[in-house]
Design a protein around this ligand. Structure first.
Ligand SMILES: [Zn+2]
Length: 95
């Protein structure tokens, strides 16, 4: 399946967005940049949407990708394959 994540990391481990640019990086409790998460997901050591589910994150990210011109079904299909591999969701999906 064709996908659009051709950048060479790092990726946000919550939403999968490439965070190659430093000003996109989230911050930990001390305000220090972390390469694990983007600033939209993680700031000051806390997730900005602490209660969001994996499906919720797929829907949220798909909205952004559709705004960038991606087909909605294609975006959701890609996210459903890639987001569960990220650190935030790997840990949550173990039941
Ligand atoms: Zn993120």
């Amino acid at each position: 399946m064709e996908h659009h994540m051709e950048h060479n990391g790092p990726f946000c481990q919550s939403c999968g967005m490439p965070v190659a640019e430093k000003d996109l990086l989230g911050t930990d409790r001390e305000g220090i940049k972390t390469e694990e998460y983007c600033k939209y997901c993680y700031e000051d050591g806390e997730f900005k949407q602490p209660d969001i589910t994996l499906q919720g994150m797929i829907d949220l990210c798909a909205g952004y990708l559709v705004q960038q011109g991606m087909d909605e079904a294609e975006a959701k299909g890609m996210l459903a394959q890639t987001l569960p591999l990220l650190k935030r969701w790997r840990e949550e999906s173990v039941s």
